[in-house]
Write a protein that binds this ligand. Structure first.
Ligand SMILES: *Cc1c(COP(=O)(O)O)cnc(C)c1O
Length: 366
């Protein structure tokens, strides 16, 4: 039996080599494990071209844990975060900031509309209490690509600080700290870098990180403390996700061998193009206009049939070896298909054949 291919935004399909890296038990005190952690962090900073200014602080847990840690440490208790919302992850960032007891403002656009930099500038000018701006790079709930460079420019122009949720873009889309001003960028092991889930990380300006000491609402999520302890001892403060870090090391080795960010973007773009062409040939159309779409995860309008039910569609495609993802929109009936992970256009073509076959079997073919 072949394992199903995950056409999801993470956890995603990983290579055998990445999975095999998890067959060793590592001692958290052991120098070999500490070297592994340090090398993973050094690579992550390098992928952002941030070695002169920023450091990487790893956080145990899923991506949201790292977002919560970044905001809880970098936005001071009397600070205020403006969140740019056009989907579920922007909403989540605003919600977790409220839970942390920080003041929040929201600038919201529709799911298919990127934020307008001129409007961001106006919101910032009108509210001097806003100290930080939180932006989602690729809003995974639709796959829309937000204009990060333009956002970073207006935030810097207004003298505010930028925190980027680059969870589903980092490693595939170019983010260069030498030209893009940001305080912190958050991502995780299990998206475009193709590791397994269990580790988030924050690439944060070192001076900003050190100046944030004492802000944290939480002991476990205290980023400067995690950083300083790791600098001093080489170790994580609390039990590290050892197997996840080892798999991440293997995934990063393969990332470099493939050709790094440009190669990853090229493969995902080819996957995305094959996916869109194939789905369109089956009469399924994209929710977003193509220019707004990042080559990460695609939202399609549900098959136009009165009996359509995502669960049944999912099961029929799953039986054929592929895992789809539900839609996340309230107004329109959609489903999502990821094109990230250790897959290429061959798997995408097989997936299209599986979807075609499933639609036939369900009688939903147009
Ligand atoms: C995956 C993701 C997250 C984190 O979600 P987790 O379920 O905690 O891993 C945050 N933001 C974006 C944009 C994401 O795609």
């Amino acid at each position: 039996m072949r394992e199903p291919i995950l056409l999801t935004p993470g956890p995603l399909t990983t290579t055998l080599r990445t999975k095999m890296a998890m067959l060793t038990d590592w001692g958290s005190w052991d120098t070999s494990f500490n070297t592994l952690t340090a090398s993973v962090c050094a690579d992550l900073v390098e992928i952002a071209h941030a070695g002169d200014t920023h450091v990487c602080v790893p956080v145990q847990g899923s991506g949201t844990f790292a977002v919560e840690a970044a905001i809880g440490n970098l936005v001071p208790r009397d600070g205020k975060l403006l969140v740019l919302v056009n989907g579920a992850y922007g909403k989540r960032m605003a919600q977790l900031t409220r839970v942390l007891g920080r003041a929040v403002a929201v600038y919201e656009t529709a799911d298919n509309v990127p934020p307008d930099p001129a409007e961001i500038a106006a919101v910032l000018a009108a509210d001097p209490a806003i100290t930080h701006v939180g932006a989602i790079h690729c809003e995974t709930s639709t796959g829309i690509l937000n204009p990060l460079a333009a956002i970073a420019a207006v935030v810097a122009q207004a003298g505010r600080r930028l925190i980027i949720d680059a969870m589903s873009s980092f490693g595939a889309l170019d983010i260069d700290a030498r030209t893009l001003p940001f305080d912190a960028l958050i991502s995780s092991s299990n998206k475009c870098l193709e590791g397994v889930p269990g580790m988030g990380f924050v690439i944060v300006n070192r001076d900003v990180l050190l100046a944030s000491a004492g802000n944290s609402h939480s002991l476990a999520m205290d980023l400067p403390d995690q950083y300083l302890y790791m600098q001093k001892t080489g170790q994580w403060r609390f039990t590290p996700p050892t197997h996840v870090v080892a798999a991440f090391r293997a995934a990063l080795d393969q990332y470099h061998e493939e050709g790094g960010q440009p190669a990853r973007l090229a493969r995902y773009s080819a996957n995305g193009a094959a996916l869109v062409a194939g789905m369109q040939s089956l009469g399924l159309s994209l929710f977003l206009p193509a220019p707004l779409q990042a080559p990460i995860i695609y939202t399609f309008l549900a098959p136009d049939h009165p009996d359509y039910d995502f669960r049944r569609f999912y099961e029929a495609v799953r039986e054929r070896g592929f895992v789809l993802y539900p839609g996340k929109l309230t107004e329109v009936n959609t489903f999502r298909v990821g094109c990230i992970g250790a897959i290429d256009a061959a798997e995408i073509k097989q997936a299209i054949a599986a979807v075609a076959d499933a639609l036939d079997q369900l009688g939903w073919t147009r």
